[in-house]
Design a protein around this ligand. Structure first.
Ligand SMILES: Cc1cc2nc3c(=O)[nH]c(=O)nc-3n(C[C@H](O)[C@H](O)[C@H](O)COP(=O)(O)O)c2cc1C
Length: 185
């Protein structure tokens, strides 16, 4: 079975991102298409990028980078669950992306974004150039959740039917792309 990494991109205390990512986890588990790695960037705790060499060389000097590299290398597809901060995406996610290079190459990524009225869509637009540079391939559809905090109660995200339907489409497309892109890596 291909392996999907769900990345929790928000690291703030009290973040809405964790319950949303837990909802995503439950939906992926229900479908049973992927092995899952739940990668909570708050738990992983990478420092600001502190490698002396360009990541393309894979000459990592830090134990945390080696661990992160092995984990991303093992993934065949990703879902980034990211908030919008100041019309962009989570800085913790940018940092986690920058640490590595070839590990992302020609792998598919889907987005679950959230924020205010724009539902995190400006954040996803802002990450487009970054994922292009890293060779990630974005799904056609993205889950966009406006005012996501309103859907979180007692630490649980209550999805709307439309959001679950779009997420199912994203997961299905990730599976197709994960298989199709394998020979290109
Ligand atoms: C520093 C900061 C900047 C934000 N900027 C935006 C923004 O530009 N657009 C938006 O729609 N929401 C913005 N928000 C609202 C967040 O998207 C919203 O609070 C969301 O719940 C944050 O995700 P988190 O709780 O997982 O960290 C901002 C929140 C913070 C903390």
């Amino acid at each position: 079975m291909p392996r999907l990494m769900i990345v929790v991109a928000s690291v703030r205390p009290g973040r809405v991102g964790l319950p949303i990512a837990e909802w995503v986890l439950g939906e992926v588990e229900k479908r049973g298409d992927f092995e899952i790695d739940f990668a909570d960037l708050a738990e992983i705790g990478l420092p600001f990028m502190d490698e002396p060499n360009h990541p393309w060389l894979r000459q990592y000097t830090q134990e945390h980078t080696v661990r992160w590299s092995e984990r991303v290398d093992a993934a065949d597809a990703f879902i980034f669950v990211t908030p919008e901060y100041n019309h962009s995406f989570s800085p913790a996610l940018k940092n986690a992306l920058d640490f590595l290079s070839q590990e992302w190459w020609r792998k598919p990524v889907g987005f679950v974004s959230y924020g205010g009225i724009s539902a995190g869509s400006r954040g996803v637009n802002a990450i487009d150039n970054v994922i292009l540079a890293l060779g990630l391939v974005k799904t056609g559809a993205s889950v966009e959740i406006p005012f996501a905090g309103k859907q979180v109660q007692d630490g649980r995200f209550a999805s709307e039917e439309r959001q679950a339907t779009i997420l199912a489409g994203v997961i299905a497309e990730l599976l197709t792309l994960a298989v199709a892109l394998t020979p290109l890596r």
